[in-house]
Design a protein around this ligand. Structure first.
Ligand code: FAD
Length: 78
């Protein structure tokens, strides 16, 4: 579940900081407020250690389908 957790946290951090920047409007881009740095810092978390997009492709396309979805069915079973 590592890629799921990594993507969930970092995607939502990006969304949250982007909203914060939006609240500031033009002032969000002014370095003195610090918001633009939070946006930059949260964006890189989606990119390094394997981009979230590539990790999701790997998880679905390679790992889950590796055994024709047997582990996924086991995970979803009651
Ligand atoms: C600040 C920083 C620090 C870093 N530190 C380290 C480090 O300490 N150690 C280390 O090993 N690496 C490090 N990296 C490298 C980082 O892991 C890579 O930049 C990252 O894996 C992305 O690879 P890339 O830059 O070649 O982008 P690419 O792989 O070219 O990806 C570019 C874009 O295309 C998308 N993409 C790529 N392939 C596909 C595909 N098949 N299908 C659909 N979309 C695709 C990606 O999601 C992304 O949006 C660091 C990078 C940065 C920016």
């Amino acid at each position: 579940l590592t890629p799921v957790i990594k993507a969930f946290i970092t995607d939502n951090a990006w969304a949250a900081t982007s909203e914060c920047l939006q609240v500031y409007g033009g002032h969000g881009f002014i370095a003195e407020w610090g918001m633009e740095q939070y946006v930059r810092d949260s964006r890189i978390n989606m990119i390094y250690e394997g981009t979230n997009t590539v990790q999701s492709l790997d998880l679905l396309g390679r790992k889950i389908l590796m055994d024709n979805g047997a582990k996924l069915r086991k995970f979803g079973a009651k």
